[in-house]
Design a protein around this ligand. Structure first.
Ligand code: C2E
Ligand code: MG
Ligand code: MG
Length: 567
């Protein structure tokens, strides 16, 4: 392993003394062996210790100094959990002070004036060696299951490599088992342990061929710090093959995230991001490998910002609800039948943000409920306001997230909401995506059954993008099918696509529910859909999603049409 190689970058020594002559002499004694930095009082010393804490090997500290004396520095360093492992040698001419410094936690002393150069050098190097050894020993613990390094030891070493060998470019690789808890649940803990040991063995075999270190950093997560590999896909396959050899029945998938070396990124962060990349691998991706790149970094920064800003956005009403009309095209002229509520985030610095940029993020973070509740409230208030203003009910559909299903209060919340605004169940419709249905079929079907029993109408959103079979569909309680936009996009130019639309319409007929076609942008698309028997159309052809004031014009136009047809 690489650790035994000769250290290339010298260790860093901080010399603290208010007398320039003392600093110079000590510096001269040590400069051939160490990299030296200097401070001339305690305050300056503390700042430098803080700044260089990750790679500072030792502090040589004068006791009597202006501003802040050495005793105070020792007390502060010893009292700080991140600094207290840095060894300190005191520089003193006074026996008594020496003793007190040692009691406070200095490791050794050097007496002034500095005469025996070899002795000084020997003391410094011995203390550095001892203290590095002690730090390693205190963290030294192999993971008993895999015999890879324990987490602390691993990061201790990785940091050392990073600081002392800036010319060794090391990539961070994170390896994880998909659904490890179900591997355990289905095959027993013993088998689970065997899987972990097998991965450990294969990782060690790999490290005997290349340079690097590895750890099982937690449960089923492995970290490998290694020289860059030409083909990570092949490496993942190698680990996967070892696991496959264990059992033919238990299909166990590994996934891998890689973050390529970067000079300015400390190992802990490098691995955090490798882990983030690994987490982005989802079951439905073809590849189980993800490499961290600039784009992911920017995305991560933006995501963090959005998550931080969300609370304020709700308080300051930066979240705004737009409405997109759905028209019934089987009438002539088409009639406004209802609307879909679609959230937008009007961010004070980032401008208008589309839901596609933050909904999945909030779903992953457990905060989607905040937004959805906000939208439901706002939509209910709006329906009531329009009733008041125009004397008609424009039903509004709101989107339910796949995560909302797990909210035990959901049903009650919706019921209370309608009561609060004096609305009936038909006026607030609920859209649930097909994939949300199939992800949690059992739970979803139970919830939807409850809601329908109350009288809510359920629309299945993005139909055709999920994987429900006709069998599944016939068990799924729904009132409306919303055909995924992808079906409509090419119907003008592709006969095959139009055939698919006809299949969707057939399925809807079989289920006895009407179809909404989404994403209709042209007259031709509209005509084709209408002729094929599609009832409801939503899309830019009629209107983009609009702020409520603008949507009101559509309501007025509708009332006008109605008046004319009655006259
Ligand atoms: P969705 O529910 O399928 O909404 C339809 C999306 O299609 C909307 O995108 C709408 O602006 C867009 N669209 C409508 N007509 C056309 C068209 O003719 N051409 C094209 N190219 N696009 C059209 P939007 O508003 O960006 O919303 C994206 C998705 O974000 C929604 O898909 C929905 O899944 C989610 N979403 C929006 N608001 C909410 C919300 O309040 N809660 C939750 N959980 N999800 C929401
Ligand atoms: Mg929708
Ligand atoms: Mg949709």
């Amino acid at each position: 392993m690489i650790i035994s190689k000769q250290l290339k970058k010298p260790q860093l020594v901080l010399i603290v003394d208010d007398q320039e002559i003392n600093r110079d002499v000590l510096g001269m004694i040590l400069e051939d062996y160490y990299e030296i930095i200097y401070a001339s009082n305690g305050r300056e010393a503390l700042a430098m210790i803080e700044q260089y804490k990750d790679r500072l090997s030792i502090v040589l500290l004068d006791l009597i100094m202006p501003e802040m004396d050495g005793f105070e520095v020792i007390a502060r360093v010893r009292g700080d959990e991140f600094l207290n492992s840095i060894p300190i040698i005191v520089l003193t001419a006074e026996r008594n002070a020496e003793l007190r410094a040692l009691q406070m936690g200095a490791l050794d002393f050097i007496t002034k004036p500095f005469d025996m150069h070899e002795v000084i050098l020997a003391r410094v190097s011995r203390i550095i060696e001892l203290s590095e050894g002690r730090q390693l020993i205190s963290a030294a613990e192999h993971d008993q299951l895999t015999m890879l390094y324990s987490r602390n030891f691993f990061f201790e070493y990785a940091n050392r490599i990073h600081h002392y060998h800036p010319d060794w470019h090391m990539d961070a690789v994170v390896l994880n088992i998909e659904q490890f808890h179900s591997v355990n649940a289905l095959n027993g803990r013993e088998f689970g342990d065997k899987v972990l040991r097998t991965i450990g063995d294969e990782v060690r075999a790999f490290l005997s061929e290349t340079e690097g270190i590895a750890s099982r950093i937690e449960a089923d997560r492995f970290a490998v710090y290694c020289t860059p590999q030409a083909d990570y896909e092949a490496l993942l396959e190698r680990f996967q093959a070892a696991v496959n050899a264990l059992s033919r029945n238990a299909s166990i998938r590994l996934r891998m995230g890689v973050n390529p070396w970067r000079e300015d990124v400390e190992p802990v962060l490098l691995f955090d991001r490798a882990r983030a990349a690994c987490n982005l691998v989802r079951g439905d991706f073809k590849s189980h490998l993800m490499i961290y790149d600039e784009e992911m970094q920017e995305r991560e920064i933006l995501n963090q910002r959005l998550l931080n800003d969300l609370r304020r956005a709700v308080e300051e009403k930066q979240l705004v609800v737009y409405y997109q009309p759905k028209y019934n095209v089987q009438c002539d002229p088409p009639r406004l039948s209802s609307a879909e509520a679609l959230i937008r985030w009007n961010h004070p610095e980032l401008g208008m943000i589309s839901p596609a940029s933050f909904i999945p993020l909030l779903e992953g973070n457990g905060q989607i409920g905040v937004v959805d509740n906000y939208v439901w409230n706002e939509a209910a208030r709006q329906i009531a306001e329009w009733q008041e203003k125009f004397g008609v009910t424009i039903p509004v559909s709101v989107n339910l997230s796949r995560v909302d299903v797990f909210d035990p209060q959901l049903e009650q919340r919706l019921v209370d909401l309608l009561k609060e605004h004096g609305l009936d169940y038909r006026s607030l419709k609920l859209e649930v995506t097909e994939s949300a249905y199939t992800d949690n079929a059992g739970q979803m079907i139970e919830l939807i059954n409850h809601l329908r029993a109350r009288g809510f109408e359920i629309e299945m959103d993005d139909f055709g993008s999920g994987y429900s079979s006709l069998n599944m569909l016939s068990c799924m309680p729904i009132d409306v099918l919303k055909m995924d936009m992808a079906f409509v996009r090419n119907i003008e130019h592709s006969e095959k696509d139009f055939r698919l639309v006809e299949v969707v319409l057939d399925i809807a007929r079989y289920l006895k529910v009407p179809v909404v076609a989404e994403g209709v942008e042209t007259q031709r698309q509209l005509d084709m859909l209408k002729d094929a028997g599609c009832e409801l159309i939503q899309g830019y052809f009629f209107s983009r999603p609009l702020p409520p004031e603008e949507f009101e014009r559509l309501i007025q136009a509708e009332l006008e049409t109605e008046r004319k047809s009655e006259a």
